[in-house]
Design a protein around this ligand. Structure first.
Ligand code: 1CP
Length: 348
């Protein structure tokens, strides 16, 4: 048995009060993060320096007493480890040397991935040692489509048309890229679990731009393969999938058999169609967190009340915004922890 509330929820228990953490809980909205960030040459150096990554991971846990730490890293460390040239530009986000799946696949090398990402696993091991036993450590990776989207496009995009046209033009070459990313992601998640991650989350941040057939072939099916691959080696580590913008097709992600599903801000938590024993995570609007006050309290209590009686993890429906006052995050955690009492529920 585990004494981690997050793990219990992911194994199907109804936990009261529900465990709580926030996507992008480490980051620039925290003054201590901004101070730490100055010590790194650039963002990748930050991710690959265990001392800095460990401290950034622990900062929000120390400040807010959350039920989980998420390893400070990025989904784009995988293409970096595959040999794609990239940089994180101030104010612009990631810029990558665009990959053409019809020409460039031979140049991507997955064999040395875990060696190149060794500092990430070292950071995970150090975080695990520093955490209280009841606090879960979450490892993560981008899902293959989302990572491929950045690799093909070379930067962030509103619609990822370059990447979507490539999958339509040459699905055979696209299969090669997605399969490579499936293998790399299984290795990367497994290594994080071996280093001490209790749970892993797959971020499918750009599920939103896929048509239904493409979502099935390039998002749900590869995620299913990753889950099978990770579970074969690590049957006890729960896997959360966060397919942002999947719309009514959110229900189809159950076929990949994750232990938990992250729900975005646009999807009603009580109308996902996902099985009642599958743990849901989400989905407070980050704008309400920025606003705080009574709006935050009312929305948080309503959200937790709606999820009573099923396995559930309180979280946002998208990452913490840069403009969020840290005190509002503290208030959010407090509202989640007292939601049961306030609605006349004894909990337990
Ligand atoms: O200089 C800085 O401080 C850069 C900001 C930043 C941070 C704090 C980036 C660049 N990455 C991160 C950390 C990060 N990224 C974490 C760990 C910290 C935590 O959650 O507390 C995680 C889980 C991610 C995941 C991530 N990176 C996603 C998936 C989640 C999502 O937001 O949809 C994506 C899409 C990325 C790519 C990325 N990295 C950084 C930026 C600015 C972006 C997004 C670019 C875009 O909008 O397309």
């Amino acid at each position: 048995m585990t004494n981690q509330p997050l793990l219990r929820a992911l194994r199907g228990d109804t936990v009261l009060p529900p465990p709580v953490w926030l996507m992008r809980q480490a980051g620039r909205y925290l003054p201590e993060y901004r101070a730490l960030r100055k010590k790194a040459r650039n963002f990748l150096h930050f991710c690959y320096t265990p001392e800095l990554a460990v401290e950034a991971t622990l900062q929000p846990v120390k400040r807010f007493g959350l039920d989980a730490a998420i390893l400070f890293s990025d989904i784009l460390t995988v293409p970096d480890a595959l040999g794609v040239e990239m940089a994180f530009k101030e104010g612009e986000g990631p810029v990558l040397q665009p990959v053409d799946p019809e020409r460039d696949l031979d140049r991507l090398d997955a064999s040395a991935l875990c060696e190149k990402l060794a500092p990430v696993y070292q950071a995970a091991a150090e975080v695990k040692r520093a955490l209280a036993p009841e606090t879960a450590l979450i490892g993560f990776a981008g899902a293959p489509w989302t990572v491929a989207a950045y690799m093909l496009e070379g930067r962030t995009s509103r619609d990822y048309l370059v990447a979507r046209r490539a999958m339509a033009r040459s699905p055979d070459a696209f299969v090669g890229l997605i399969d490579l990313l499936v293998r790399a992601t299984v290795d990367h998640l497994s290594a994080q679990i071996e280093a001490g991650a209790d749970v892993v989350q797959l971020f499918e941040s750009w599920s939103s731009v896929l048509n239904p057939a493409a979502r099935r072939r390039w998002s749900i099916d590869p995620i299913e393969k990753i889950i099978q691959g990770v579970r074969a080696a690590h049957p006890d580590a729960p896997i959360i999938v966060f397919p942002r913008g999947a719309g009514v097709q959110i229900v189809d992600y159950a076929e990949a058999e994750p232990d938990g599903v992250g729900i975005d801000t646009a999807t009603p938590l009580d109308r996902t169609g996902l099985p009642n024993d599958m743990c849901l995570q989400g989905n407070l609007d980050p704008a309400i967190l920025i606003e705080g006050g009574e709006a935050l309290k009312a929305a948080t209590l309503a959200m937790v009340a709606r999820m009573r009686g099923r396995p559930y993890i309180a979280n946002l429906g998208h990452g913490v915004d840069l403009n969020t006052p840290p005190d509002h995050v503290a208030a959010f955690v407090d509202h989640v922890r007292h939601a049961g009492e306030l609605s006349g529920d004894i909990g337990g």
